[in-house]
Design a protein around this ligand. Structure first.
Ligand code: IMP
Ligand code: MG
Length: 180
């Protein structure tokens, strides 16, 4: 058997911010809260690719309600293109009349989310709210309302549990800070 050891992320360059256990506990609490809030409603979870996939699949399993799960992929034009975002893979289902909960990995400046909420909001959902795993409030430029927040984090770049640095580290089961 050939082991692809050389392809593993260099985890020694990371400092743990939230452990696997801490994430699991927080996601379970969020799931219970959402279960209470959305009882009797038509919940659609919208997972923003690719960063929120791990969070979305874990969270969905902690929500004890009938729900549907859909995916949306966006790309922003480069580093200094704040606010310029486009949809590269749209939702499969019509969200008109549905209670939409957008799942994001991290909200930083808020530009991405603002664009998404404007775009999805124009499709006449019954309601639209946001559940963000991480909130880096110190860098917010555009004010966006987050109904649910997993953790607030300091002004540091994080990876793991879906979050990447140049497409690497997404598969780490914990969230870490990249050491400078
Ligand atoms: P915003 O538009 O500035 O709020 O950027 C949010 C998006 O940038 C997130 O959905 C992530 O894809 C990405 N991002 C922001 N901060 C980080 C980070 O610390 N690690 C990995 N991705 C990040
Ligand atoms: Mg993202």
């Amino acid at each position: 058997m050939v082991m692809a050891i050389e392809k593993k992320p260099r985890v020694n360059d990371l400092e743990t911010l939230f452990t696997e256990d801490e994430i699991r506990n927080r996601v379970r609490d969020l799931g219970e809260e959402i279960t209470r809030d959305y009882a009797g409603r038509e919940l659609v979870l919208v997972s923003i690719l690719r960063g929120s996939v791990f969070f979305a699949t874990d969270l969905a399993r902690q929500i004890s309600l009938p729900l549907s799960l859909d995916f949306l992929s966006i790309s922003s034009y480069g580093e200094d293109s704040e606010g310029v975002v486009r949809i590269t893979k749209d939702l499969e289902e019509n969200i008109a009349g549905k209670d939409v909960l957008v799942l994001e990995d991290i909200v930083d400046t808020g530009f991405t989310l603002k664009y998404l909420l404007r775009t999805l909001g124009s499709r006449n959902p019954k309601s639209i709210e946001v559940c963000a795993l991480l909130d880096r409030r110190a860098r917010r430029i555009i004010d966006v309302e987050l109904k649910y927040i997993g953790f607030e984090i300091p002004d540091k770049f994080v990876v793991g549990y879906g979050l990447d640095y140049r497409q690497q580290y997404r598969n780490l089961p914990y969230i870490g800070v990249v050491k400078p």
